[in-house]
Design a protein around this ligand. Structure first.
Ligand code: SF4
Ligand code: SF4
Length: 421
């Protein structure tokens, strides 16, 4: 088997989470044409310039030129952005909005009240890098669910939370499988605790495609959430750790759209660190989202999958340009793809957005759930854990009986223990 280098992602996929303010050159790329406005979910809901990409970039520029200080108003404008990057994909001037909003949020972090800052640092910079902590949290959730203590939680929270199987958690993901070039799986944080069946299906599918599928013991969170929420130092430290853990493999396989988009940008994240820049660039070239790998269903075919609604995660569609690959995988699984109305619009999950901005998160969630229900498909393919939880909640809220599954689970239903996210 010949390994081909990772396809170029283009400037729109690049992030500079290591910087602490949007770069002047980046700010200068916006010509204020407004062509991105119809693609921006927050502008479409609110209809206001300060909820648009153009308005947000103008505010960033005002700060950069010293005409205003970073204050609460600026902070709200940046926080209300989903960082979905639909504007970036639509912009004819090539505005690198993703790295600009990352940097602007790092600016905002400085003025956040101490309690909010402390909570964010505890979660994003202390807990996420520690795999023992994230696993302990998953165990805690599993125990609470087993004891039915989750009944005490609000219904919406229960609907969005995946079932955590304690048996799953204590069952190793398995020894090396298959033979060929080494493909190492990123276990991640949320994926490891709450979506282990997706990991099992991924390993089976990758081994079946002619790779030696391995799960290195040293492994963990990719750092995407830290990068998205103003913690560049923590994000860089997690990137270095994952490079150390996984760089010996021929490929690094990732089954969460947000994580693969972020890891493909490790080269950018560490570009100004002479000891790591080249190593990070080489690592990013090995990263593959499982959806873009040419995988086949497990023989014998389990029969046609039938109609399946297709959800494009923003970090697939806008950040990596992955779209046809997802449909190819679902078709290979025997699925008849059903497209969503307004398919490129964010579902409102956007990392921690639904939790931090519940009103907008809820509006976008319901829009997405209705679009899925309209297709009439009994299952929706979702390749990102945040989207899966958000969409599951939305479907529950509108009373739609639609199963949420990762596309690789549909391709290899026997790979996952439960077969469903
Ligand atoms: S971000 Fe791009 S599309 Fe939007 S206003 Fe600026 S130049 Fe125009
Ligand atoms: S990232 Fe998404 S929400 Fe933010 S300005 Fe761009 S299109 Fe709008």
């Amino acid at each position: 088997m010949t390994l081909t280098p990772s396809p170029p992602m283009g400037d729109r996929a690049r992030w500079f989470a290591g910087v602490t303010a949007p770069a002047d050159d980046d700010l200068a790329t916006c010509v204020a044409c407004g062509l991105c406005l119809p693609h921006c979910p927050t502008f479409r809901v609110m209809g206001r310039e300060d909820h648009s990409p153009r308005g947000r970039i103008a505010a960033m520029r005002t700060i950069a030129e010293g005409r205003a200080e970073v204050d609460e108003t600026f902070g709200r404008m940046m926080d209300e952005c989903l960082a979905c990057r639909a504007c970036e994909a639509a912009c004819p001037s090539g505005v690198p909005y993703g790295r600009m909003i990352e940097a602007a949020r790092a600016q905002v972090e400085v003025i956040r009240p101490a309690p909010a800052k402390g909570v964010r640092r505890a979660g994003l910079a202390w807990a996420l890098p520690r795999r023992r902590v994230t696993r302990a949290m998953a165990f805690g959730l599993g125990v609470a669910q087993a004891l039915r203590l989750d009944r005490l939680a609000p219904e919406r929270m229960r609907a969005s939370t995946p079932r955590v199987s304690l048996r799953e958690l204590v069952t190793p993901l398995g020894a090396d499988r298959g033979s060929g070039p080494v493909a190492a799986l990123l276990v991640g944080c949320v994926m490891e605790g709450a979506f282990r069946p997706v990991h099992r299906a991924t390993l089976e599918a990758v081994a079946g495609a002619g790779y030696r599928a391995v799960v290195p013991r040293d492994n963990g969170c990719c750092g995407a959430l830290a990068a998205h929420y103003g913690q560049p130092d923590a994000a860089r430290s997690m990137a270095r750790a994952r490079i150390r853990d996984l760089e010996r493999a021929d490929l690094v396989v990732v089954n969460s759209a947000g994580c693969s988009a972020h890891m493909k940008a490790y080269g950018e994240l560490l570009h100004d660190d002479p000891a790591w820049a080249a190593r990070a660039e080489a690592f990013s070239a090995k990263v593959r989202d499982v959806v873009e790998m040419d995988l086949r269903p497990a023989p014998p075919p389990s029969g046609p999958l039938g109609p399946v609604a297709v959800h494009d995660a923003c970090h697939h569609l806008h950040a990596q340009g992955i779209g046809p690959e997802l449909r190819r995988m679902l078709t290979a699984a025997g699925g008849e793809c059903r497209e969503l109305r307004d398919a490129g619009r964010c579902c409102g999950a956007a990392g921690l957005y639904a939790m931090l901005e519940p009103e907008m998160g809820s509006e976008l969630r319901l829009q997405k759930a209705r679009a899925i229900a309209e297709t009439g498909a009994p299952v929706v393919a979702v390749a990102n854990p945040g989207c899966a939880m958000q969409i599951r909640t939305g479907l529950h809220e509108i009373g739609a009986d639609v199963r949420v599954a990762h596309p690789v689970e549909l391709l290899h239903p026997s790979g996952g223990a439960t077969g469903s996210t």
